[in-house]
Design a protein around this ligand. Structure first.
Ligand SMILES: Nc1ncnc2c1ncn2[C@@H]1O[C@H](COP(=O)(O)OP(=O)(O)OP(=O)(O)O)[C@@H](O)[C@H]1O
Length: 359
């Protein structure tokens, strides 16, 4: 991070936006340093776009502050217009100018001089479209157009880039490739990026940090690995994958499950808890004359269950079990094609460090 100043490039404090009788943005504070991608992730309608629009200056907050490069651009007294904020914008409908060549599209916001020509050439290399400068948008594929739009947004060297679902217009096959290409260009430029998405996969792929939003608030902010492996609540866990939920009740800071006792520290007796874990963290073993694998510290006691159904999903298969307690259901993902018949008795083990106990 040599050469990057410590001041966050983008910082908001207590942003509030009141619309239609409620706070659609309800106290958003976040900061993004240079060279970092932060994803605002959340379900439709949680206030992501409104937050981004306030930061861009195309909407106004009812309370709170926006600082860009350390300077206040929006608070109760200040409202710097969008075009004077020096941020790059890239939205879903990144429409290029149809009558302009690729080079002219990229250079649209720049003076027409030798410095700009060099910048356009540099960006064409970055987006891997050297030789395309004289083509027009209709001669390009969707992915190529998207890369030109990215180059156009980056041409004036914005230190901050705001992106709202920028990849949603692309077909699935192209999307991963374009995401990776975009990410590497943004990293090379050292841009601070705030990217809005409702897709967990996109956030996991792009983000250095994910800010998970719900009802106008950030409920958790962390690196993808941490947010996936230490979700703050059941809903946050469920946002990233299917989950298994076992219900239990606390006695003496412990709760009983088919997989043995789980610690529930700090919770009073009688508290109802959910033990949550992902299908990927369930291991299955064959039944050997009524016996399963030996308990281990990492996995605790195995539990026996009967296959209800198994579905082939491509890379992996999903196997659903009814546990011997006759009430708990657990789904496991198994790699490749392993499709046990319904009625097969098997043993399930779960990684204890991948289980979450939520009141
Ligand atoms: N002008 C308005 N008047 C009333 N309600 C509005 C207005 N603009 C937006 N909203 C509401 O504010 C909420 C947040 O909208 P916003 O577009 O920020 O959500 P989002 O998280 O970006 O969702 P999406 O992914 O669907 O775009 C939505 O419920 C929306 O209906």
């Amino acid at each position: 991070m040599l050469g990057y100043s410590m001041t966050p490039r983008l910082q908001t404090e207590g942003l509030v936006r009141h619309l239609g009788g409620r706070n659609v943005v309800d106290g958003i504070s976040l900061s993004v340093p240079a060279g970092q991608v932060t994803c605002l992730l959340g379900p439709s309608g949680c206030g992501k776009s409104t937050t981004l629009r306030i930061i861009a200056g195309v909407d106004r907050q009812d309370a709170g502050t926006v600082r860009l490069n350390g300077e206040i651009v929006a608070d109760a007294r200040t409202h710097v217009p969008p075009e004077a904020r020096g941020v790059g914008l890239m939205f879903q409908d990144f429409a290029l100018f149809p009558h302009l060549s690729v080079a002219r599209n990229i250079g649209f916001g720049l003076p027409r001089d030798a410095v700009s020509a060099a910048r356009i050439a540099e960006l064409l290399t970055r987006i891997d479209l050297v030789g395309y400068e004289d083509k027009h948008p209709h001669e390009l594929s969707g992915g190529e157009q998207q890369r030109v739009a990215l180059a156009r947004a980056l041409a004036p060297r914005p230190k901050i880039m705001l992106m709202d679902e920028p990849f949603s217009g692309l077909d699935n096959r192209l999307r991963d490739e374009i995401r990776d290409a975009t990410l590497s260009v943004l990293k090379e430029e050292g841009t601070a990026v705030l990217l809005v998405t409702h897709e967990p996969d996109e956030a996991m792929r792009m983000a250095d940090e994910i800010a998970l939003m719900r009802d106008g608030r950030i409920v958790q902010q962390a690196a993808p690995y941490n947010i996936y492996n230490a979700p703050i609540d059941r809903e946050a866990a469920a946002f990233f994958s299917d989950i298994n939920v076992l219900s239990g009740e606390v006695y003496g800071a412990l709760t009983d499950t088919p997989f043995g006792q789980f610690l529930a520290p700090g919770l009073p007796d009688g508290t109802a808890v959910d033990i949550v874990f992902r299908p990927q963290h369930v291991r299955i073993d064959f039944d050997r004359a009524g016996k399963g694998p030996s308990p281990t510290p990492a996995e605790g006691a195995p539990a026996r269950g009967t296959v209800l159904r198994a579905r082939f999903m491509g890379k992996e298969s999903l196997v659903e079990f009814l546990m011997d307690d006759a009430t708990s259901r657990v789904t496991a993902t198994v790699p490749a094609v392993f499709l046990p018949k319904p009625g097969t008795v098997m043993w399930l083990s779960i990684r204890r460090d991948r289980c979450f106990v939520f009141p």
